[in-house]
Write a protein that binds this ligand. Structure first.
Ligand SMILES: Nc1nc2c(ncn2[C@@H]2O[C@H](COP(=O)(O)OP(=O)(O)O)[C@@H](O)[C@H]2O)c(=O)[nH]1
Ligand SMILES: [Mg+2]
Length: 479
């Protein structure tokens, strides 16, 4: 090799070494950054865990295992599920005596023996959330996985009810009465055969699959409800593929903001004073949040949701009732609610048109957030607010179309006594507003209209959904 050849060789060698050096440096940086990311995540998760917040400290989930027959997918969910220790049918579950958190992120997941109900219709699972203080019980028919995820084309209906603490079913009525009322929609209770296919001319309840969700926040009544279901699983609950029970005493609390210039005191609520003007804000806020809590904890794949107030007692055309609502193909729809012999339009929250607005003095109270002094309740404007009762004013003039059982009228607001809607609407964020939507601003805590069920249509409208009523389809409130 001559001189030029040696220099060329050295040059190539130097370039090669430089290249290897660059790759080495580059990889070191990568390794360093990976390591530092991991350690940051780990240490902040540890800090959060120390502070009692179970975030990012989860063990990786174990590989999915073959489920034993009779279990279902919830057993493999990321939450740790703790079984009840008592046998069902003897008052198992409840809030008291089950203090262990089920949202435990640092324990191994447990294999869960399934607690069966008294007549072995349902498997029972129980979740207790210590962080947010609620208990959730799920009863599922063991064949649910097979049927609900099969090619079955039956529409699924979730029936829901939030049950208050004080005389929730009306005077002299019990949970058994209310469950019979619900069952009247889903099989022919006069034959007392839950498996009765109850076919009517249009198909009837056998066209559908049903789930049930009930919330009841009194711990003792929650226990009673479980007993009732477990003892009567065959008698009353056979047509439900899934029953979700929810209880959270916290949800009854009035977490009102305290403004410096105002006095805020707990409002005493019971069945007798529930319609007082100055109690409406707080009362309806509580009902709204309970409705939201129930639906967000129980709605899964059910396509339609039917809310029933716990003091609804009867339906005309009961075996066709759900068919009529589904076949209306309306997004959100309510029937007429009657009460006793004389009240033909009980649920005044179903209306269309305009309502009164607060005057200057009332607006000033709102702007200064002195809510203890604000007892304004929006009222109807005669001639501008339309209710089902107005439909009755001149029945002789009704057209053939208006006489039909499934005749529909547009509404701007719906009541919740019996409220049917396509579940997909809720899943997109149309909830029961827990504050007054209409007439608010950044300065005001809230507005003056559109709370709870009365805010649903307002939220649904921009998403392209609309509200409707059926003035010829009747349900009955307790007298
Ligand atoms: N969780 C809870 N539910 C309530 C409360 N008040 C009423 N409810 C439920 O909300 C629904 C409507 O209440 P209800 O008193 O019947 O309303 P009204 O007949 O329209 O005055 C029913 O299912 C009640 O059981 C409450 O304070 N807490
Ligand atoms: Mg009622």
């Amino acid at each position: 090799m001559n001189n030029i050849g040696v220099r060329k060789y050295n040059l190539y060698l130097a370039i090669g070494l430089l290249f290897i050096f660059i790759i080495f440096i580059f990889n070191i940086e990568n390794i360093k950054s990976t390591y530092s990311n991991e350690s940051t995540t780990f240490s902040s998760a540890a800090a959060l865990a120390k502070a009692g917040i179970p975030v990012g400290y989860k063990k990786p989930p174990p590989p999915p295992e073959q489920q034993p027959s009779g279990t279902n997918s919830l057993v493999n969910s990321k939450q740790t599920i703790k079984p009840t220790t008592k046998n069902s049918g003897s008052g198992s579950g409840g809030i008291t005596g089950l203090a262990t958190s089920l949202l435990s992120y640092d324990n191994e997941e447990e294999e869960v023996p399934i607690i069966k109900t008294e007549h072995r219709i349902f498997n029972k699972e129980e979740y207790i959330d210590d962080l947010y203080k609620y208990t959730k019980i799920i009863y599922k028919q063991p064949n649910l996985l097979k049927t609900i995820h099969s090619s079955s084309s039956k529409p699924t209906i979730l029936i829901l009810s939030t049950i208050s603490k004080h005389l929730p079913y009306g005077p002299d009525r019990t949970i058994a009465d209310f469950i019979k009322t619900i069952n009247s929609l889903i099989y022919d209770i006069t034959k007392n055969q839950p498996q009765d296919t109850s076919k009517t001319s249009s198909g009837g309840p056998s066209n559908y699959k049903f789930s049930l969700g009930l919330s009841i926040n009194s711990p003792s009544e929650f226990e009673e409800l479980q007993k009732f279901i477990e003892i009567n699983d065959v008698k009353f609950f056979k047509r439900f593929d899934k029953i979700t029970l929810l209880s959270s005493p916290e949800m009854e609390n009035q977490h009102e903001i305290k403004f410096e210039n105002d006095i805020t005191e707990e409002v005493e609520l019971n069945r007798d004073n529930r319609h007082d003007d100055h109690k409406q804000r707080v009362r309806r806020r509580i009902i709204a949040k309970n409705r939201n809590f129930l639906i967000s904890n129980s709605l899964e794949i059910e396509q339609f949701t039917l809310f029933l107030d716990s003091d609804i007692v009867k339906f005309d055309n009961s075996l066709n009732f759900i068919d009529i609502l589904v076949n209306s193909n309306k997004d959100i729809i309510v029937p007429r609610i009657k009460r006793g012999d004389f009240i033909t339009d009980y649920d005044r929250n179903s209306w269309k048109g305009l309502r009164t607005k607060p005057n200057e003095e009332q607006l000033a109270i709102m702007d200064s957030n002195v809510w203890s002094k604000f007892d304004y309740v929006p009222q109807d404007i005669p001639g501008s607010t339309w209710h089902f009762a107005d439909f009755d004013s001149n029945p002789d003039s009704h057209t053939e179309e208006e006489k039909k059982l499934n005749h529909v009228v547009p509404l701007d607001s719906v009541g919740g006594a019996v409220l049917f809607f396509k579940s997909i609407i809720y899943k997109q964020g149309v909830i029961f507003p827990a504050s007054y939507l209409i007439g608010t601003s950044w300065e005001r805590m809230e507005g003056y209209d559109g709370i709870e069920t009365e805010g649903v249509c307002y939220l649904a409208k921009p998403l392209g959904y609309s509200c409707w009523g059926m003035p010829n389809l009747n349900a009955y409130h307790v007298a």
